[in-house]
Write a protein of this length. Structure first.
Length: 317
């Protein structure tokens, strides 16, 4: 074989090898790059207008995660073990407690995500559940002996919320749900309200699935006190998606508590939120997520280059 043919074959082998090497260079590929989720069974963020007493409570605390890497966590707590801050004594006469939960109340939450840096469908989930709930908000007592009442008392056998975001780039979807069982709410000593008073129906198992974002403003005529059931806030596009589900939220916006203070709280108002059963989930995607693994076509070109280089060496011999 003449020198020119050998040189030609050598050049072909070299070019083929270069093509294979270029094909193997890190490629860009759309993928879900991060996920997050969190949940808590009980959240109390309340305070008097003059900051005499405040509380910012989430139970169980710190149940949540961020991926990658994937995670699956859960936590639960009995009311007897819950540490609730937000207590004060006014003029050595009036005792105020912003939140009290019954000893046998069980509070649980969970969060998970399988986002691991790979491509394809991924998912983030969260849930929160309360069983045997007994909760008093803004309870007052005179001289540690005379109960003056509570702004809010809630009981329920079960309050549950869950949320989920799943899919891939350009196809991210959020879902959420919540329900309550045997719900009873008493406000400022007025007659208790339940799902029947609210115009809702229970299913065969006693669960009440309220319509999404069901609300009652100025509950029982109390200005500034609003009730929300199955509250859902969803924000999704091709590259990000998140959802927050609150099974029950009570919003206090300048609610007058003068009647609960034996004259010691005149002009005071209560502000903030009480949330029972919150679940949050989210996914974030990227159009050019990095993928270091060669595609099948790249691997084939690489093999072709290696074979061609071997052939060239044979001819040079």
């Amino acid at each position: 074989m003449n020198h020119e043919n050998v040189l030609t074959k050598t050049r072909v082998a070299t070019i083929t090898s270069l093509i294979a090497g270029i094909a193997f260079v890190t490629s860009a590929q759309a993928a879900v790059i991060s996920g997050s989720s969190s949940g808590f069974a009980l959240g109390v963020d309340l305070g008097l207008a003059n900051d005499l007493v405040t509380a910012d409570i989430k139970i169980p605390s710190a149940v949540g995660g961020n991926a990658p890497a994937s995670y699956d966590i859960n936590d639960s707590l009995l009311g007897a073990d819950a540490v609730l801050n937000g207590e004060v004594t006014v003029n050595n006469l009036l005792n105020i407690s912003l939140a009290n939960v019954a000893n046998d109340t069980l509070l649980a939450s969970a969060a998970s995500s399988n986002v691991d840096g790979g491509v394809g469908n991924r998912q983030s989930d969260a849930s929160a559940e309360v069983n045997s709930l007994g909760l008093d908000i803004f309870s007052t007592q005179l001289l540690n002996t005379v109960d003056l009442g509570s702004a809010l008392s809630i009981s329920s056998s079960t309050i549950f919320a869950d949320s989920s975001v799943s899919g891939d780039v350009n196809n991210l979807n959020a879902t959420g749900s919540s329900y309550v069982e045997d719900l009873s709410i008493s406000l400022f000593g007025l007659a208790a309200i339940n799902h029947v008073n609210l115009g809702l129906q229970a299913d065969a198992l006693g669960r009440v699935f309220a319509p999404t974002n069901f609300n009652v403003l100025s509950v029982q005529g109390i200005a500034g006190l609003d009730l929300f059931l199955n509250e859902q806030v969803e924000t999704c596009n091709n590259f990000s998606c998140s959802i927050t589900v609150n099974a029950l939220r009570l919003s206090f916006n300048g609610v007058d508590v003068s009647d609960l203070g034996a004259g010691l709280l005149n002009g005071n108002t209560l502000n903030g939120d009480v949330i029972i059963g919150q679940a949050v989930a989210a996914l974030q995607a990227q159009a050019d997520a990095v993928n270091d693994v060669p595609a099948p076509a790249s691997a084939a070109l690489m093999l072709l280059g290696i074979l061609a280089a071997g052939t060239a060496r044979k001819y040079r011999k």
